[in-house]
Design a protein around this ligand. Structure first.
Ligand code: TRP
Ligand code: SF4
Length: 364
């Protein structure tokens, strides 16, 4: 069982695909016109029911993309993956619905609504904007869970379609679980179904790009959506799952562990320094590296290049090849990667100057 509220450090992606009955993304990749970078590169590795979204996206037809973020801790480069995907869907004409899960943060992390709102604006929304998402566009709806009346009404209504036994089976809740926590997944189900309400244009296909730890919520949503089909006309939502970004130490990148993460509010110099501290797939000695080659597929540095820093597929391939051949050495490779990261952060800093101001107006 995957527990969405406890971070796992190691995920066996192959087994997950087999065990959960989710589908491999590679099977449908070929049908997508100009796929997002993270799709092409296998970072988005699986999905539920995404096949039906493809013609809508290719044809720029009516669809929505939705996701949510719990405002706790700081935004790091791992979170950027979601923004990159949202941007891609938005450019394909999708309606973007973005939930700030302040009720979940209250239930699961003890963060007050006031704090949640502040963290959301300062850490998340300002960075979403700085990373290139125009959250003020008419085709976007950003909301705080605690302030959305439609959302809370929908949560209450759909709660009738599930019961304690189902939530216990999915999340491992027990009799000591507090009721707010018990309610949190139901709010998330409502988040996912919200864009299909008449107020937001009525039933439509919705895709939810998330990390695999969120799959329990997706399964629950799909189940409840089917039960409400007649009453609301809901279409069962689709989802995609991306890999986690590995932390600098080789474990999962985590907001609460500064040694594992590069935060988006850090300075370009700090980001550069952190890249240089990252675990590589290099060998013990220079001699060995030259003889055996490095292991890019187990290297945090290479992962940064794949996820964030290199646009050209050819260039990436040649780094992979040279690493395996032992002609590229970790010192040089790290220095170059650190420099690219610093440049990315320098650009971000410039954008952040205005983006906080815009973010502050979103909930007025
Ligand atoms: N539970 C998610 C998290 O822990 C946040 C979230 C809330 C969410 N509502 C959502 C994610 C709807 C996807 C869809 O980060
Ligand atoms: Fe990683 Fe680069 Fe070293 Fe290869 S050469 S193991 S990609 S740091």
């Amino acid at each position: 069982m995957l527990n969405p509220w406890v971070s796992t450090s190691f995920v066996d992606y192959e087994n997950i695909v087999n065990e959960f009955g989710i589908e491999n993304f590679s099977d449908i990749l070929g049908s997508i016109e100009s796929p997002a970078r993270l799709m092409k590169r296998g970072v988005v590795f699986s999905h539920r029911d995404f096949g039906k979204m493809v013609p809508l996206i290719n044809g720029k037809k009516d669809f929505a993309v939705m996701t949510g973020m719990m405002p706790s801790g700081q935004m790091h480069i791992g979170h950027k993956m979601v923004v990159d995907q949202l941007k891609w869907y938005f450019d394909k004409g999708g309606f973007l619905s973005l939930s700030i899960a302040d009720m979940e943060a209250y239930a699961a992390r003890g963060i007050s609504f006031k704090e949640g709102r502040d963290i959301a604006v300062r850490e998340y929304l300002s960075n979403y904007i700085a990373l290139g998402l125009d959250l003020t566009d008419d085709n976007v709806n950003v909301y705080l869970q605690s302030e959305n009346k439609l959302l809370n009404d929908l949560t209450y209504k759909l709660s009738k379609k599930t019961n304690f036994n189902q939530l216990k089976a999915i999340y491992g809740f027990d009799q000591s679980t507090n009721m707010a926590h018990l309610y949190a997944p139901l709010i998330q189900v409502a988040d996912i179904l919200l864009p299909q309400l008449e107020e937001y244009g009525g039933p439509k296909d919705v895709v939810v790009p998330v990390g695999i730890d969120q799959d329990p919520h997706i399964r629950l949503t799909r189940d409840i959506a089917a039960k409400l089909k007649e009453e609301y006309g809901f279409i069962t939502p689709s989802s995609t799952y991306h890999r986690f970004l590995t932390g600098l130490t080789g474990d999962k990148m985590s907001s609460s562990k500064p040694k594992t993460a590069i935060y988006l509010n850090e300075s370009p110099e700090e980001a550069e320094k952190k890249v240089k501290s990252a675990k590589t797939g290099g060998r013990e000695s220079l001699k060995e590296q030259k003889e055996l080659g490095g292991r890019p597929d187990e290297c945090v540095i290479y992962e940064m290049l794949v996820y964030h820093l290199i646009d050209s597929d050819e260039e990436l391939d040649s780094i992979h090849e040279e690493c395996c051949a032992g002609t590229l050495l970790c010192g040089d490779c790290k220095r170059r990667t650190a420099e690219l990261m610093r440049e990315m952060f320098e650009e971000l800093k410039v954008k952040q100057e205005d983006s906080l101001e815009v973010a502050e107006t979103l909930f007025d």
